[in-house]
Design a protein around this ligand. Structure first.
Ligand code: FBP
Length: 702
């Protein structure tokens, strides 16, 4: 067009309606930013102090006592309000402070509110207090990459998901050199305290830093973050101190909402099995919560697999006077059988569709995979140690890695004392699909953890399921059940007598009201033809009537799947009311701990499982929660992760309802619609369902 400048070309963007429609500052966003989470009553006081709560007991590991002497005897501390007039707030409490905060590990909804709560409490105590964020996780501490967090940036992130304000990272400050750099940088900045918002490994790091910085007077406070829900704290008598890490509720609600939509879609076009892998590196808490929220047809819980005992195998072994070690814990093959049985049973009532929930970390609980993971962890760590280089840089392709393993297997033949990788391991490993081999050989994270999110767990399980379904189909033991009315209608439409063909086609033709099941022997048009001729229903040279062909074809299952991964999307979700309020109060708790000179404590809110009015901010000592675990081939002191307790009410409820949710009976499915994440109003979904169930009287669940 003549005489048109590039600016003119887009002049329509100045139109107020276009601007209103395209602004990123939506009404929903404004509402979120303006939301003020309620605060626990103690925080309405002008200041707070700490009170020891001696009712809790911990089993203290001697290694923790030795490594963390200055913080091992920390008590559980309750935060209480001081009703002093403003001027009478203790001087120490309101002295000017500089505090640094770092996000560590995967994002979890609510992190920004920890910062907002801390900032508001700091400013309330003394407007001169200053807050700094380390950029990109612990790397920010090591590289002195830090930014001051002022009201403007904090206000722009209130109640929003992600860790976008200061980002995050997975670096660990795990050796003397890094520790010295961290100390120097914190001192250079004159920091009074640092706050580590992280999961089990990061809070382990927080405890180590608290010990290291103890004599420097730099306090360290941890905050329980992870969507995986595996930071839950109880004392040795089972008294709950922290029922759930933050971020879990939002992620579970987000996953459940999407999976519920799949249930609706799947039961509408009735042709797909949707296989949904749900995040959670090891523990299946997210899978369990999603199951309770959605009522999928099948849901696997890793912890249950580890506990599985094959009584039939044990019986056979006893009879033979031997011990069958494979009878303990579920094998991959057995897992695929359990899934297949569900699929086959639904097919028999005409339901050739459904939804399966598989936790990301399920393979961790499968015996044979666990063995591979441990062996490969050892091999990789040994290689790195011996060669002072990196296994993954030296063996770039899968073939290179397999070749190295083969050499180890050969070595073991010549040196029987080398047992880490023998020829049997090598043969078994070579039997599994290449993508899974690759997954098992992926780089471990900086904490030495196997990265389950990098493995196509669902593909591994599905591959086996498909193979077994094919076997059952070939044996004639996987059929789609036919509605009797439809059968009658289809044959009559062609002028055929249903009762003439029925007994030849179906094994249960005369069972009243049952879905009709084709005989096992009918597995192809050819076998159908043979059967009809043998039973003299058609002549040798006759064609099978089209209506009979149509009926037969409808009994042949097509196992069509759609695979989904629910992880990063839920992790980035804007927090629910529960997580917004939880994290804001965690931020306030962090400041109370710091202002009252605590260090080596985990900020927490007790009674999360109860109504908000009963929530109680506390500090939990981190050191007594540590135990020894093998990491990178060495025993390391780490914060103990909580996995799903298969004796818990929540698990027992899922177990008891599984058969109902499978819905392998005529009639509708049992799906539950958890609805969208709402920011107001109260419902049973306002907090994790597992918290509500696990808070019920356990005696009812025996
Ligand atoms: P955190 O324990 O650090 O909170 O991370 C949990 C998690 O979201 C897991 O569920 C998942 O396996 C893992 O992070 C994915 O890690 P990455 O972000 O490095 O891919």
């Amino acid at each position: 067009m003549p005489n048109q400048t590039p600016g003119d070309q887009y002049s329509f963007l100045a139109d107020p309606e276009v601007q209103k429609t395209t602004t990123a500052f939506t009404t929903d966003l404004q509402e979120r930013l303006n939301f003020k989470p309620p605060v626990c009553d103690v925080f309405n006081s002008p200041a707070t102090s700490l009170e020891n709560d001696p009712q809790y007991e911990f089993h203290i590991h001697p290694a923790a006592k030795e490594a963390l002497p200055n913080i091992i005897d920390n008590p559980v501390q309750r935060i209480i309000g001081i009703d002093a007039p403003k001027g009478a707030v203790p001087r120490d409490y309101k002295k000017p402070r500089k505090i640094g905060i770092v996000f560590s590990g995967g994002p979890a909804p609510g992190g920004h509110n920890v910062i907002a709560g801390l900032f508001d409490a700091m400013k309330k105590a003394n407007p001169k207090n200053r807050l700094f964020g380390f950029i990109l996780g612990p790397d920010g501490i090591l590289e002195n990459d830090i930014m001051e967090l002022d009201k403007e940036i904090i206000d722009a992130h209130r109640n929003l998901g992600g860790f976008t304000m200061i980002k995050t990272g997975r670096t660990k400050i795990d050796n003397k050199k890094k520790m010295t750099i961290a100390r120097e940088n914190c001192k250079k900045m004159n920091l009074d305290a640092i706050v580590v918002v992280g999961g089990d490994d990061s809070n382990t790091n927080a405890a180590v830093l608290a010990q290291e910085f103890f004599n420097d007077g730099i306090q360290v406070i941890g905050v329980p973050k992870t969507i995986d829900g595996d930071i839950q704290v109880k004392d040795i008598n089972g008294k709950v101190l922290c029922a759930m890490s933050f971020g879990f509720h939002t992620a579970a609600r987000a996953f459940a909402r999407s999976i519920s939509n799949l249930c609706t879609d799947s039961s509408s076009d009735v042709k797909y099995w949707h296989v949904c892998k749900v995040m959670g590196r090891v523990a299946s808490h997210l899978g369990l919560e999603v199951a309770l929220q959605v009522h999928p047809n099948l849901c696997m819980i890793g912890e249950e697999m580890a506990d599985y005992i094959d009584t039939e195998r044990i019986r056979k072994a006893n009879a033979a006077g031997t011990i069958d070690y494979t009878a303990f814990g579920m094998t991959l093959r057995h897992l695929s059988r359990v899934i297949c049985n569900g699929i086959v049973r639904r097919a028999e009532v005409g339901k050739n569709y459904g939804v399966i929930v598989i936790p990301e970390g399920i393979l961790e609980f499968i015996n044979e995979i666990q063995v591979f993971i441990i062996k490969l962890n050892t091999i990789i760590a040994d290689y790195n140690q011996t060669h002072d280089t990196d296994f993954h840089s030296d063996f770039v392709t899968l073939d290179d890695k397999l070749d190295y393993l083969r050499r180890l297997a050969r070595f073991s033949r010549e040196n029987p004392s080398f047992m880490v990788w023998n020829t049997r391991d090598d043969d078994l490993f070579n039997d599994i699909p290449a993508f899974f081999q690759e997954g098992l050989l992926t780089e471990r994270d900086s904490h030495g953890n196997f990265q389950f999110s990098q493995v196509d767990t669902e593909k591994v399980v599905l591959g086996l399921v498909k193979d077994y379904l094919k076997i059952r189909q070939d044996q004639g033991r996987y059929k789609i059940g036919i509605q009797p009315e439809w059968y009658q209608k289809t044959l009559k439409k062609e002028g055929l007598d249903p009762d003439y063909y029925g007994p030849v086609l179906f094994k249960n033709y005369h069972t009243k009201d049952a879905f009709l099941l084709a005989k096992d022997s009918l597995i192809s048009m050819k076998t159908l033809n043979q059967e009809l001729v043998r039973e003299k229903v058609i002549g040798k040279n006759d064609d099978i009537p089209p209506a009979v062909q149509k009926v037969f074809q409808s009994t042949v299952p097509k196992f069509k799947t759609q695979v989904h991964f629910y992880g990063y999307d839920g992790r980035g979700n804007d927090p629910t009311w529960f997580d917004c309020t939880y994290t804001y109060n965690l931020g306030l708790t962090v400041f109370s701990l710091i202002a009252n000179n605590a260090t080596g404590q985990l900020a927490a809110i007790k009674n999360l499982e109860k109504d908000f009015a009963e929530w109680e901010p506390i500090g939990i000592p981190i050191a007594p929660l540590m135990h020894l675990e093998e990491r990178n081939r060495k025993l390391a002191l780490v914060l103990e992760r909580t996995v799903v307790d298969i004796d818990s009410p929540a698990f027992k409820v899922v177990k008891a309802l599984r058969e109902k949710w499978l819905a392998a009976v005529p009639g509708p499915d049992e799906y539950r619609r958890p609805g969208p994440i709402r920011f107001s109003g109260s419902s049973v979904d306002s907090k994790p369902l597992i918290l509500t169930l696990n808070n019920l009287d356990k005696n009812k669940f025996i």
